[in-house]
Ligand binder design. Structure first.
Ligand code: B12
Ligand code: SF4
Length: 522
């Protein structure tokens, strides 16, 4: 069969990072089939185009994966494909929770011929076999012989052939800035962020999160060896292409078992497999100095921290009382001392939030080392404890909010402010954290650091502002560049002419050079 795996575009960002599930399922497809991949974020297609593609390419089976926020688009695409007579299988967190919706068993239209519930590592080969025989079933669940839910072990993780996968569409280096980046040294012809998982699961059960329900509270890890080999493969590819590759460890909580994370990081260092990496780690796990040392030494550059709120009452409400706002600053300082910075994620519209929450949050953020704050609204995702609580309390204003997805719009009423006030708080957060003045301040606050660091924070901030203020078109980019011309001019001047005197933090310089060195020589 010719199989197409399709991921709908998120409508906000473009080709920032490929989705792992597509590469994983491609690697797990039994021999004898050809698998094509389309990520709508890199290759946008509407319903007419995808139907035409399916006909032209003589596709026999289509697999679509989507989160809740993309599900409406996923259904439209699925409908267009099914209208050509080709079968559609859907998977991912949303249809796992609402399989009846996808299968048209809830009174609505049918969008999928089959649904893969939960993790499909073990069911996908069966789905392909059944489809090839024309015997596709409606539901595929990962269960053992006794019908009990079974989570795949990650000990036999497939080798994703990163050395040969076409990643052309995911190059993040815009042609116009290539000359400036080349000044930083050879090897910036391309820059890609690649998703790698080292483990699955998180037992913390935060009220708004799908993960504990979906992946289970049983945490599973790949072997260190298999992760290290994957990094070496990626590094070899970057070297061959004279480009850069950074890795996003997409584990829900990369240091959930600190002992194991330390052992993985030590193995990465020992094998010379360091690449620059980003990972999600909750703040409570970053108290460990040795862990943070290893993060820095193994190439860790950014840590995503779900801070959610600076108000302990809010955190308690959403079952995230293990976050201690009183220690946020200390955790961020600990990271920054090793030149590791944080993507700090906040949620507004929580039950104890009142107007002014964005400014109160920002006034704390401004006292922390520069990072990438991001702001969202409390969203009741289907089947989460939050959804159930709000539904029971009659507080959902858009019960099936995903069917008409609106970015940054609440689907329930917060307790101490209106929906409109909550929307205004998010807007305030983004506008003030990513204003040209705030960007300049963030870059200047790293004045004692090498140019690479300041460029890193500047480029990251420019890209991150696109999460809220879409920057899909050229005009939007031109405007944002014009608004930030002062900072850009300063950085370009330094890249071209260098700087005579700059105070340096010796420790920072060493860590940076070590990673850079290992990237080009290992
Ligand atoms: C990486 C990641 C991101 C990346 C995505 C970029 C990228 N290119 O990957 C970033 C950081 C941008 C991101 C952002 C967001 N994310 Co996110 N993210 C994740 C994360 C941590 C890993 C995803 C992943 O690759 N997992 C590993 C793969 C192997 O698992 P998988 O995708 O689920 O695929 C398996 C199965 O689902 C199934 N499957 C999936 N698709 C298909 C398709 C077919 C045909 C079949 C048969 C099977 C199948 O098989 C796979 C193998 O078992 C997950 C949590 C998690 N652990 O999954 C959250 C998660 C997917 N994100 C989530 C959310 C809510 C968001 C945000 C909305 C957060 C926010 N408030 O802003 C944004 C939205 C982004 C956007 N603009 O659309 C939720 C989604 C819940 C839901 N019901 O939709 C999750 C589950 C986490 C959570 N908090 O609950 N995210
Ligand atoms: S710590 Fe993160 S991944 Fe774990 S349950 Fe909470 S929000 Fe989800």
């Amino acid at each position: 069969m010719r199989i197409l795996l399709y991921n709908p575009d998120n409508g906000v960002t473009r080709n920032f990072m490929p989705h792992l599930w597509m590469f994983l399922l491609q690697s797990l497809t039994p021999p004898g089939h050809e698998v094509l991949l389309i990520d709508g974020n890199a290759k946008p297609m509407d319903e007419v185009q995808i139907a035409q593609y399916v006909r032209d390419e003589k596709i026999d089976l289509v697999g679509i994966g989507a989160m809740t926020r993309m599900i409406a688009k996923a259904y439209r695409i699925a409908d267009a494909i099914r209208a050509t007579g080709v079968k559609v299988v859907m998977g991912g967190p949303h249809v796992t929770e609402l399989a009846d919706e996808a299968l048209g068993r809830d009174g609505g239209p049918q969008h999928a011929d089959a649904v893969a519930l939960g993790e499909a590592d073990e069911t996908w080969p069966q789905i392909v076999k059944d489809a090839a025989r024309g015997e596709l079933k409606a539901i595929y669940a990962p269960v053992d012989e006794t019908g009990k839910d079974r989570k795949p072990s990650l000990k036999q993780y497939p080798v994703i052939p990163w050395e040969s996968i076409d990643l052309g569409q995911f190059n993040l280096v815009p042609k116009v800035v290539t000359p400036m980046l080349e000044k930083l040294g050879a090897g910036w012809g391309s820059f890609r962020i690649i998703p790698v998982e080292s483990g699955r699961g998180c037992p913390y059960g935060c009220e708004f999160c799908t993960v504990t329900g979906f992946f289970g509270d049983s945490i599973r890890f790949r072997t260190n060896e298999s992760v290290v080999n994957e990094l070496l493969l990626l590094k070899a590819r970057a070297r061959k292409e004279k480009g850069q590759i950074a890795v996003f460890f997409i584990d829900d909580n990369f240091a959930i078992n600190v002992k194991r994370t330390k052992s993985l990081l030590r193995d990465i260092i020992a094998a010379g497999a360091q690449v620059h990496w980003v990972a999600q780690i909750s703040a409570n796990l970053l108290r460990d100095e040795e862990l943070v040392d290893l993060i820095a030494a193994s190439g860790g550059k950014w840590v995503f921290i779900g801070m959610e709120s600076i108000d302990p009452a809010n955190l308690k409400d959403v079952n995230k009382g293990f976050n201690k706002p009183g220690e946020y600053a200390e955790v961020l300082e600990r990271l920054a001392k090793r030149n590791v910075y944080a993507i700090t994620s906040f949620i507004f519209g929580m039950d104890n939030d009142t107007t002014g929450v964005a400014e109160r949050t920002l006034s704390q953020v401004r006292t922390w080392p520069p990072g990438l704050p991001i702001f969202g609204l409390l969203t009741p995702l289907p089947a989460t404890p939050l959804y159930k609580r709000l539904e029971a309390a009659g507080r959902l204003t858009r019960v099936k909010h995903w069917q008409e997805f609106i970015p940054f719009a609440m689907a329930h009423t917060p307790l101490k402010m209106t929906i409109e006030e909550a929307h205004a708080e998010v807007k305030y957060g983004w506008a003030h954290a990513y204003s040209p003045e705030a960007l300049e301040k963030a870059v200047d606050s790293l004045d004692d650091q090498p140019l690479g660091y300041r460029l890193n924070i500047f480029i990251a901030r420019m890209c991150f502002r696109g999460i809220y203020f879409p920057m899909m078109g050229k005009f939007a980019w031109v405007k944002v560049v014009a608004d930030n011309r002062r900072t850009i001019f300063k950085l370009v001047k330094e890249a071209v002419f260098g700087r005579k005197a700059r105070p340096k933090t010796p420790q920072a310089e060493v860590v940076f050079d070590e990673v850079k060195e290992s990237q080009v020589s290992a």
